[in-house]
Design a protein around this ligand. Sequence first.
Ligand code: Q46
Ligand code: ZN
Ligand code: ZN
Length: 305
Amino acid sequence: MKCRKCRETAVINMAQHKLALCREHYLEWFVQQTERAIHKYAMFPKQARLLAAVSGGKDSLALWDVLSKLGYAVDGLYIHLGIPDNSYSDESCRKAVQFAEQHGLNLTVVNLKEQYGSSVIELAGRSRRGQLRPCAACGLVKRYIMNRTGLDGGYDVLVTGHNLDDEAAVLLGNTLHWSKELLPRQSPVLVGMDGFIRKAKPICRFYERETAAYTLLEGIDYVDEECPYALGGTSYLYKDLLNRLEDEQPGSKLSFYQNFLNARAGGFFNVDAVDRPVEMKNCIHCGQPTFTETCAFCRLVYEEE
Ligand code: Q46
Ligand code: ZN
Ligand code: ZN
C-alpha cells in the first residue's frame, strides 16, 4: 500500500478515513489532527499553561509529546498509586520520568504512599463503605490529585490522554444506562469553575491503534502492560464489544462518538444545566470543594482507618 501524499510505502492504513500514510506523513497528520481538535472544541489558547496527566502508557506520552511539539507550555504529572506491590506503578513511573528527562520536560511525581501514607489498594481495602473497588478508589484519588496539583500549580488546563476507544466505551456505558447526568457531561472539554480546573482531551478522536502507531514510530518507550485491575472491568467488556463491531463495520466507533459530539453541539442535551456552578463548601481538612464537611478524598485517606 502506498502513502496517499508521497506514494512511498505506507506504514498505516486507516480504513475509517480511507487514508494510508508513510511514517513521515503519518506523524505529521497525527500532530495536525491534534491541533485541529484543540481548535474545533476550543480547548485552550496557545499561551495556556497545561498540565498533562501522564501514566507512563502510550496515550498520555503521545499526548505530551505532540503538545510540546506544537509549542504548548506543558508540564507532566505522574501519580504513583502503589499498584500492586508497587511493581506496575514503579515501572510506569520509570517510563514517565525517562520521557521527561529525554525531552527536557518538567514532571511532578505525587507518591500516594509517601505523601498520604497508603497505596490506592490499601485505601480501597480499608474503606468504611466496605471494600471500595480498587478502580473506584483509584478514580477518586486521581481526580482529586490531578485537580489539586493543577490548581495549586497555577495551571490553566489539565489535559488527559483519553483516546477514542476510551471515550466510545464510556459513551456506550452511559447510553446503556441512559444516564441523564453523565451523557451531557461527556465532552472533549469540561469548563473550569470555582475549585475545579478546566479539563481537555486533545487526542480523544484517535483510535488506540493510532496512538500506539504514533508512539512506536516516534520511538517513545512506554509501559506496555495494562494495570492488573483493568482486566475484567466493565470498560473492558464495552471495549471488546466495540472492537467486534469495528471489525465488522470499520469506522463505527468513530461515528458513534463523533455523531454523539455533533448531537451534543447541536443542542440534543441541556448542557447549560450541567455546567451551571453549584453551591459547594470547602473541605475542613484540605479546602477543596465538597458537598459535605469533609471531601471524599480526605474521608478515604484520614477517617476510614
Ligand atoms: S489504574 Fe486505577 Fe485504572 Fe488500574 S486501578 Fe483501575 S482505575 S485499572 S485507568
Ligand atoms: Zn508519505
Ligand atoms: Zn479534603
